[in-house]
Ligand binder design. Structure first.
Ligand SMILES: C[S@@+](CC[C@H](N)C(=O)[O-])C[C@H]1O[C@@H](n2cnc3c(N)ncnc32)[C@H](O)[C@@H]1O
Length: 263
């Protein structure tokens, strides 16, 4: 079975996505500012995962605004609905759907956002087209994604290398592009938009057990005996006080949805 189908429904994977989203939380504020998210807006988040960005947006758009999160994984959608209910957040909605055919109405949203989804798609161009379709002409479209080849590990560690190479290999095997981040700018231009672009990286995850533990949690869960050495190797890297890991470079690209208009 393809690895993503195997892990998508695991509690461990939801936990990993949640912790990763929390680590990236400091960057969300900047993204929302660039999109000029403000009260009463209608916003869509495509491939919303555990919904962290939706919940951050919901605070700004307020009771007269709304946020809809779309994700292909029904476990993720259920997770988001549970969180919204527990926190009594009434201006969010979460639906199971495909990024390339969301079934959402045309020209309906002030902002359409997506993070770390495009690296999973066989046809990211179709997804961008869909995002533009559902955005109002004066609305904004923003996509954030990584270039998985741009990461730093110090001191060199063959197990971390192996994990990343393995992950890149899975992406390629399923027909998606692990370097999609750096291609987003061009993709927006080709779609007739005038994008702005910024890059950032999660500052150093030095000895960050929280993140490594969630990765190890997923690996341990799916291990059929072959990955024991890999798991132990990563564990010892994470335990090393001097280990340094810098997350792959993230590209933040955004533009007004109207074709050939200034952003
Ligand atoms: C790495 S997670 C990112 C989640 C969230 N956007 C974040 O930044 O925390 C990628 C998400 O995209 C979803 N996804 C993958 N392919 C999809 C598709 N074709 N349509 C909709 N969602 C998809 C996955 O289920 C997963 O929740």
């Amino acid at each position: 079975m393809e690895v993503f189908s195997k892990i998508a429904f695991l509690e461990e994977e939801m936990n990993r996505l949640q912790i990763q989203a929390e680590e990236f939380a400091p960057f969300v504020e900047a993204s929302l500012k660039k999109m000029k998210i403000s009260p009463k807006m209608k916003v869509a988040d495509i491939g919303c995962g555990t919904g962290d960005v939706c919940f951050a947006v919901s605070k700004i758009v307020g009771p007269k605004g709304s946020v809809i999160g779309v994700d292909a994984n029904q476990t993720a959608v259920k997770y988001c609905k549970t969180v919204a209910k527990r926190r009594v957040i009434r201006n969010t909605e979460f639906v199971v759907g495909d990024a390339q055919n969301t079934q959402l109405p045309s020209h309906a949203f002030d902002a359409v956002y997506s993070r770390f989804l495009f690296q999973h798609l066989k046809n990211p161009v179709a997804c961008l087209k869909e995002m533009v379709r559902i955005a109002k002409p004066a609305g904004v479209v923003m996509v954030e994604d990584c270039d998985l080849s741009r990461w730093v590990v110090e001191p060199a560690n063959r197990y971390v290398e192996q994990l990343w190479t393995w992950y890149e290999g899975i992406m390629k095997a399923k027909g998606s592009d692990p370097s999609i981040g750096k291609k987003l700018y061009r993709m927006f231009v080709d779609a007739g938009m005038k994008p702005q672009v910024e890059i950032y990286s999660l500052p150093v995850l030095r000895n960050n057990r929280r993140v490594w533990d969630t990765i190890l949690g997923v690996l341990t869960k799916i291990d059929d005996g072959d990955s024991r050495e890999l798991i132990q190797g990563i564990e010892s890297f994470a335990n090393d006080k001097n280990s340094l890991f810098v997350f792959p470079l993230v590209f933040r690209v955004w533009a007004k949805a109207s074709r050939r208009s200034a952003s």
